[in-house]
Design a protein around this ligand. Structure first.
Ligand code: V47
Length: 368
């Protein structure tokens, strides 16, 4: 009868993980094949331990959180992505759009809550002009100068550029002048063409998404990156996605954080596909931490993972729990059962309970 310390999962990594672990511990970059091993291994404890070792090497016992708020200014969308329950056509039940005054009203309590970051995204609105987005940022900056504006995915920027007949770079320049601080990571889904064809055939291409982030970085606008997993993609598509992000980060160094996004199936065309389970969610956090060796931060977005898995994710490679959020629409329209916002006290409690030290950060991960 083996004692606990002799049990293979505790005593040593499974044979498939050992060569990958040697590379991680030697600080060597992992290859495409290594990524496939991480997705295939049945040694979950070993995978988590390896990602945790890397996370601890970078951040020690710190776990970051931010006092933030989301504003989804409109869900009108000219495109159909088969995973999405948020986008609506004009006139369709549940469709909405906010005037700038409504946006400003939503943001009124930012200062009372001591929030430092506002996350603003919407659908691809059929006719809002560039001035709407510019005036929104300018108005928010005037009213809340100390709040960082993380606004508009690369897909929205691509769309606004097309509508306005100018380049995406020109749109970014205008948004920067108006006060944008960073771009959120949404809209990248899974870069591989085989997957895009099946889940979002009309969407901004992978190359364009990456180009827009490259342009943003060259203008001094930092950004985040995401991957929407757990639908029709295979492990090789996920590894390809992570490697494309890693290559752009090598080039620009402009990404702040990577956020793995778990597919939520309700109310979308793809609703017959079951949501990924806890093991899959934790595996994606761990693989991201190990493959994205040039990303400082891996964020577990508790809204879509649930608070419990997000908390455990802090020991599986993640160092950031995102924030208070306040009001979230994209996942809640797709069936998320998490609250739409939580208190900073609860985030700190969850971090401490997981054995970490809560560190409030601002949008650029400066400690507060
Ligand atoms: O762009 C949409 C994805 C993204 C579903 O940058 C879905 O800090 C799963 O990007 N199931 C929006 N995913 C969320 C996002 C994000 C979230 C938190 C932090 C940051 C950041 C960015 O969610 C969309 C799309 O990729 N999405 N519908 C769905 N049913």
């Amino acid at each position: 009868m083996p004692t606990l310390v002799e049990a293979p999962a505790v005593r040593r990594l499974a044979p498939d993980l050992r060569p990958v672990a040697d590379k991680v511990l030697a600080g060597e970059r992992l290859s495409f094949e290594d990524g496939l091993v991480l997705y295939a291994t049945r040694d979950l404890a070993g995978l988590g331990a390896l990602a945790n070792a890397e996370r601890t090497r970078r951040h020690g016992r710190k776990a970051f959180y931010v006092l933030n708020q989301h504003i989804n200014y409109s869900n009108l969308c000219t495109e159909v992505c088969f995973f999405c329950a948020f986008g609506k056509r004009r006139g369709q039940e549940g469709a909405y759009e906010m005037s700038l005054d409504e946006v400003f009203k939503k943001a009124e309590e930012l200062d009372v809550r001591h929030a430092t970051e506002l996350h603003i995204v919407g659908g691809l609105h059929p006719d809002l002009p560039l001035s709407y987005y510019v005036d929104m940022l300018r108005g928010l900056k005037q009213r809340h100068p100390s709040v960082a504006l993380k606004a508009f995915t690369a897909v929205e920027i691509d769309w606004v550029a097309q509508l306005s007949g100018i380049t995406t770079r020109e749109v970014l320049v205008r948004l920067k002048e108006a006060g944008i601080d960073s771009l959120p990571g949404g809209g990248s889904e899974v870069f591989h063409e085989e997957v895009r064809r099946r889940v979002c055939p009309e969407k901004t291409s992978a190359e364009k998404w990456l180009d827009i982030h490259r342009e943003a970085h060259s203008l001094g606008i930092r950004s985040n990156a995401t991957m929407l997993y757990g639908h029709v993609e295979e492990a090789e598509h996920r590894v390809d996605h992570l490697m494309r992000l890693r290559a752009l980060q090598d080039e620009t160094g402009g990404f702040l954080a990577f956020i793995p996004l778990a597919f939520h199936p309700e109310n979308a065309y793809m609703e017959m596909i079951p949501a990924p389970g806890g093991v899959e969610n934790l595996r994606n956090v761990a693989v991201a931490r190990l493959m994205l060796d040039n990303f400082d931060h891996i964020k577990v977005y508790w809204i879509m993972l649930g608070l419990a898995i997000a908390q455990v994710g802090l020991s599986w490679g993640a160092d950031d729990l995102d924030g208070t959020v306040i009001e979230e629409k994209i996942y809640h329209m797709a069936g998320a059962t998490t609250p739409e916002g939580v208190s900073a006290d609860l985030l700190r409690h969850l971090i401490r309970q997981a054995g970490y030290v809560p560190v409030e950060r601002d949008a650029l991960y400066r400690e507060r």
